[in-house]
Design a protein around this ligand. Structure first.
Ligand SMILES: CC(C)(COP(=O)(O)OP(=O)(O)OC[C@H]1O[C@@H](n2cnc3c(N)ncnc32)[C@H](O)[C@@H]1OP(=O)(O)O)[C@@H](O)C(=O)NCCC(=O)NCCS
Length: 171
């Protein structure tokens, strides 16, 4: 249940493009399993960081990760590969926002780029005392951004229903 929602100083709507962020990492031996493939947990950390950048850029607030949706790893990345993570805010609700992240791997020797993973994360804006803060609306401008905006609404409903079901199961 939402409590302690605080008004932020800056609730001016901002376009999606202002939140767009990119993070690049070279896969090093310490990031990999014994087969030289990138660890799923390391990639999840990078996804969280890349998504947080977009959430910060949009909200101009501290944020915490509320949830990460289902993650598929479609293709492995290996030592020496360049991992490119692109993120942007898909939609803002009240104190939360959905961020989308796509992950690509570039092998500069083979000159090929592969889609590794995509993820949706929800962040909640908070102040230093942990009170939830309202987030400025986001403005989708391109057709792709408008589609993601619509889809984010559908995903929020599914997430909420699933959360209620899980809560009921642990009582
Ligand atoms: C995430 C957190 C702030 C939610 O607080 P809460 O009081 O349980 O949640 P509320 O019911 O008040 O909901 C607040 C907002 O979060 C959203 N939310 C809450 N739980 C969520 C979840 N599991 N997934 C997606 N969104 C969620 C709600 O939909 C609501 O959004 P809205 O204001 O835009 O409508 C709180 O559970 C928390 O602090 N968790 C720990 C976060 C953390 O440590 N993350 C890892 C390190 S950054």
């Amino acid at each position: 249940m939402t409590t302690n929602i605080t008004e932020t100083r800056d609730l001016i709507p901002r376009p999606v493009r202002e939140s767009q962020s990119e993070m690049n990492e070279i896969v090093l031996p310490n990031d990999t399993n014994p087969l030289g493939a990138l660890l799923g947990g390391r990639l999840m950390h990078w996804i969280d960081m890349a998504a947080a950048m977009a959430a910060h850029r949009h909200s101009h607030q501290y944020v915490v990760t509320a949830s990460i949706d289902h993650l598929d790893f479609w293709t492995p990345a290996h030592v020496g590969d360049l991992v490119v993570l692109k993120s942007s805010v898909n939609r803002v609700f009240t104190t939360s926002m959905e961020v989308g992240v796509t992950v690509w791997v570039e092998n500069y020797l083979a000159d090929e780029t592969r889609h590794v993973s995509s993820a949706y994360l929800t962040f909640v804006a908070v102040d230093t005392a942990g009170r939830h803060l309202k987030v400025a609306p986001v403005i989708p401008e391109t057709e792709e951004e408008k589609r993601r905006y619509q889809d984010a609404g559908r995903r929020r409903e599914l997430r909420g229903a699933e959360r209620e079901r899980r809560k009921a199961n642990v009582r």
